[in-house]
Design a binder for this molecule. Sequence first.
Ligand SMILES: Nc1nc2c(c(=O)[nH]1)N[C@H]1C(S)=C(S)[C@@H](COP(=O)(O)O)O[C@H]1N2
Ligand SMILES: [Mo]
Length: 527
Amino acid sequence: MSTLQDAPPETRRLSLPVATLIGLLALAAALGVGHLVAGFVGYTASPFIAVANYVIDHSPTAVVKWAERTLGTWDKPVLKLGLAVVLVLFALLAGQLSRRTPRAGQVLVVLLGAAGVAAVYARSDLGQVSLLAPVAALVAGLMVFTFLHRRALSRESAHQGPPLPGESGASGASRRKFLQAGVGVAAGSGLAAVVGQVAGTSSNAEDSRAAVGPLVPARTAPPLPADADFAKLGSPPFITPNADFYRIDTALVVPQIRTEDWSLKIHGMVDREVTFSYADIRNRPLVERRVTLTCVSNEVGGPLISNAAWIGVDLADLLDEAGVQPGAQQMFATSVDGWTCGTPANVALDRTRGAMLAIGMNGAPLPVEHGFPARIVIPGLYGYVSATKWVESLEFTRWDARQAYWLSRGWAEQAPIKTESRIDTPSGFAKVSAGKVRLAGTAWAQHTGIAKVEVRLDQGEWREATLSAEVSKDTWRMWWIELDVPAGTHQASVRATDQDGYTQTENRADPVPDGATGWHSVTLDAS
Ligand SMILES: Nc1nc2c(c(=O)[nH]1)N[C@H]1C(S)=C(S)[C@@H](COP(=O)(O)O)O[C@H]1N2
Ligand SMILES: [Mo]
């Protein structure tokens, strides 16, 4: 269009809405194309997902743990939303800065694109081919930005420039062209993103999991006694259904691994490096063991504890085949998504501890979000030093040779689960009728066992609660008690004593660096 060249430079200026729209469309194109390519080269290479993962991995520990505690399983959706808002602000800025020439906006697009490339490059679990996704996103964003900018500028000049003879319809025509281009870009980006999403998640682990079939342990856990819990009185059920089991991990996208693509390598300070396939594990005699998992981030009275019957093999058997050397200090486990975990080697090797490589949970193959195809379960240690999900490598090494994920973020090297207890019923600030009030809850001291649970009202005498049957030292125990509660506002507190004779301290400690302490109490409003 001749007017583009002819118009005086100062009149060639985009209106704010048009400039804004160009920024947003360039962003949409970049994300759509990046997601499309990632659908074929590796889902987590999608620049959006990669940058979000980078943020999780590089946020200060306090922030990540705070997010886990306050947002629970909403932490990741909230992070994604926050990132989306930041991207939109960048896109608006890119448009805003480019009302005369595209230069500033192009620079911003390249910077954002480079962030995507860097985030994918930084991941140890993604191959070089996965860089195609963020690179394609960068190129698409840059091309769309430049192309729409040129279109729009030529429209604005046709619109604002001095009318030339015979050009009366040009403004309308070029406006239509710009809008058509914009709609085309928007539709194309959306389609690309959808195709990428479908392609990226169709290699879903769910059908591989369904194909595993029933896992029948050669050694099943003994039958549960009838009084393993006081669920009827308000304690949690002894076994947590898989759907209710707490979930904690850094994975923004749950790793999808099919059994045929999984293997576990045991290496480092071993006599023989060994690798096990899923079939190798599945075809061994399986054992079933009930173990209560607990997260170190659990606050006093918090929900990050659950109990399951795990099906798998003795970790010690696998380690024996590798022949772990005497100088090894830690078992450094890595999951397929690059998360790492350091366990004291002597605990992993201790046959009496009962550490497992688990492939089943409560009768079914491990749910994908709990580590399918296989994970580690070790009684008595907090999850971050023991319970690697989607585990693919166990390297025996020294403490100073490798620093696991949470260790390098300020959490302790040694993290046995602390003896704790919780009041589940009534819930805090419950209104109760004055008189006899029944309280129920849970207590745990995995690998030591609970000996006693006591409850008191305000500063009154401690009274011993009734305990559920001990199913195993590695599982939680339920309790209940009836208290006389006079009218008014009162506080009920609980403390447990374990089978080593240790009684829970009243001192409140934060979860960092090795687990919270203190008595759980609830306020009762009796009338
Ligand atoms: N791959 C991987 N495994 C992991 C984690 C993780 O972030 N990634 N988190 C650990 C932590 S901190 C805990 S408490 C347990 C929780 O296991 P669950 O989600 O099955 O309850 O998994 C552990 N295993
Ligand atoms: Mo945890």
